[in-house]
Design a protein around this ligand. Structure first.
Ligand code: UDP
Length: 325
């Protein structure tokens, strides 16, 4: 992980709300913020987050867990910083719960923006590379408008994140709320949900490999993703909070190294020493063909770029899965 200790001065004593704080990215962010001296309130309805991800923080004097849904929760207090990460990130999961997915990024976010407006808080919105849909420009810069089907199966996620970004910018322009938007590309690492039904591609392939089961590559496996190790993702979020250069800005947070799904499957088989064979299954509907960020803006505005190479990050993740599964 990048050394973030120079930001202690900024976070020390700050009261920070992290929605989705028991999820994968949220829980790693809570770890970093507590470590940096902040007082963290973690809000999560545990619909995809897990207490296991945060249980080591529960006895820290600077961490509080609230089990509630952001769309119906009443804060009753203000925060110095709000990070909105509550959402259902796994495609199979959000496609089966589209209404809930839409509400967290609309009504939930609206409540948080109102809270930020009343209390003069910074609000960081965890958006997604999915706002670009099936991007025609690779690597994709923040200026690309996106190619998204508003009524497609994935629209509950990508359109609600697009609405969320528009709402943040409206609060920035109309009410001068200090909003910051991170478009997060596929992040991976320990604590990813292993629930076989909804697991993302990295945990799914690792589990299949560790059990010597077939690795299920959807379609021809030539679709690409850009995988960012979790500590790199969290470092970018921390830097976005601490640096005023990103007020009212949107930044791609992702690894500029593009990897095909077939290549990922082969790497995981090699690194686990598995006897699994690759099988090609039905393509997933509306699956974006390529995903890769242009991160020049993040480099320029916050001096961030990922440090952990895919093989190294996969090794850490596999190690964790071996112990936990
Ligand atoms: N994928 C796959 N086999 C699986 C699960 C996923 O080939 O068992 C592919 C999926 O079709 C997509 C990529 O891996 O092209 C990433 O899928 P994931 O669910 O991690 O999230 P996405 O990036 O699509 O949001």
């Amino acid at each position: 992980m990048l050394d973030l200790s120079s930001f202690k001065g900024f976070f020390g004593g700050h009261r920070i709300l992290v929605t989705g704080g028991a999820g994968f990215i949220g829980s790693w962010l809570c770890d970093a913020l507590v470590e940096l001296g902040a007082k963290v309130v973690c809000l999560d309805n545990l619909s995809s987050g897990r207490v296991d991800n945060i249980k080591h923080l529960l006895n820290s004097g600077r961490f509080e867990f609230v089990n509630a849904d952001v769309s119906s929760w009443c804060a009753g207090e203000g925060f110095d910083v709000i990070v909105h990460g509550a959402s259902i990130p796994s495609p199979e999961d959000y496609m089966s719960r589209p209404v809930e997915t839409l509400l967290s990024n609309s009504i939930g976010l609206l409540k948080l923006l109102e809270n930020a407006r009343e209390n003069g808080s910074i609000l960081l919105y965890m958006s997604t590379s999915e706002v670009y849909g099936d991007a025609a420009i690779i690597p994709t810069p923040e200026t690309y408008y996106g190619y998204v089907n508003p009524i497609g199966l994935r629209s509950c996620y990508d359109e609600s994140k697009r609405f969320g970004e528009a709402l943040c910018m409206a609060y920035f322009r109309q009410y001068n709320v200090d909003v910051r938007i991170a478009r997060i590309f596929n992040s991976y690492g320990p604590r990813l949900d292993v629930n076989a039904r909804y697991a993302r591609v990295v945990p799914r392939f690792i589990l299949q490999a560790l059990r010597n089961e077939p690795i299920t590559v959807h379609g021809d496996g030539r679709q690409t993703r850009s995988f960012t190790y979790i500590t790199d993702t969290v470092a970018a979020l921390v830097m976005m909070l601490a640096k005023d250069t990103v007020r009212g800005e949107v930044l791609n947070v992702g690894n500029p190294k593009e990897t095909s799904i077939l290549e990922l499957a082969e790497k995981i088989i090699k690194l686990t020493g598995s006897s699994s064979k690759i099988v090609f299954t039905e393509p997933r509907p509306d699956d974006p063909r390529r995903r890769c960020p242009d991160i020049r803006r993040a480099k320029e505005l916050i001096g961030w770029e990922p440090k952990v190479q895919l093989e190294e990050g996969l090794k850490y993740t596999i190690e964790w899965f071996r112990k936990c599964v």
